[in-house]
Design a protein around this ligand. Sequence first.
Ligand code: ATR
Length: 275
Amino acid sequence: MKKIFGVIGDPIAHSMSPIMLNDSFQRYDIDAEYFAFHIKNEFLQDAVKGFKAINLAGFNVTVPHKTAIMPFLDEIDPLAQAIGAVNTVVNDEGRFIGYNTDGSGFLEGLKKEIPSFKNKNMLLIGAGGAARAIYFTMAHAGIQSIDIANRTLDKADYLVQNCPYPVNSTVLGIEDAEENLSKYDFIVQTTSIGMHPDVDRSPIRLDRLKKDAFVSDIIYTPLETKFLQQAKQNGAQTQNGVSMFVYQGALAFQKWTGILPDTEKMQSIVLKQLG
Ligand code: ATR
């Protein structure tokens, strides 16, 4: 029987996950189909019960349900529990198990470019949900240090204090980070600044970048944010948010099927969608 997968969110109409993952199901000859389900907050628990009833094979979870869904699942992976958000649910013989592949998606995308990342110093810009997933995953993976620069220092402090995995960290304001930028091998931008339609802003000045720094932005609309443009102008190697999006989907697919799909193909589908 055909297996059904999906993604839930609100809004969800513009999700690129169905086209990206249906292509992978076809490529590996798996009799399955992936749908976008528009689920409003008040129906979240009912939706999970319905998925149980029809034995949905697995699903992704996006904004605004990544945290709210957790009490409705049967088990949560420890890293997802620490992050406090689930983006992938696996149906394991009727039990729904929640994982987080956002942080690990970021990590896999990074590893493709920088295979030896552990002895590096990273600067994370922002302290919201996406920053939390990346910070905890990188700490879990054993990176040497992660400093956080954020407008609101308390939020960054809170994130550092709640991380269960040991890692050296300093919290700093944006101006301090600008002054000390040459300390960092990786800089990762996780705020919404620079996202379409607010495309003319960058959260930080990058004129003191270390030579050969690797600079990444998790935004993919636009493909090249003001922040990444500045990074390029200052000689950095750059990566946009397509990579994290593709890998979070690829890792979800792997959890469902045991197959790590061709991420180059997935990336070309996403780039085509983005025009
Ligand atoms: P997400 O879950 O997508 O990461 P979020 O939890 O709303 O989003 O986090 C947004 C991040 O962008 C935060 O780091 C936020 O900074 P504050 O902690 O100071 O709020 C940052 N951010 C958003 N808009 C900003 C702005 N106009 N100036 C500076 N930082 C901003």
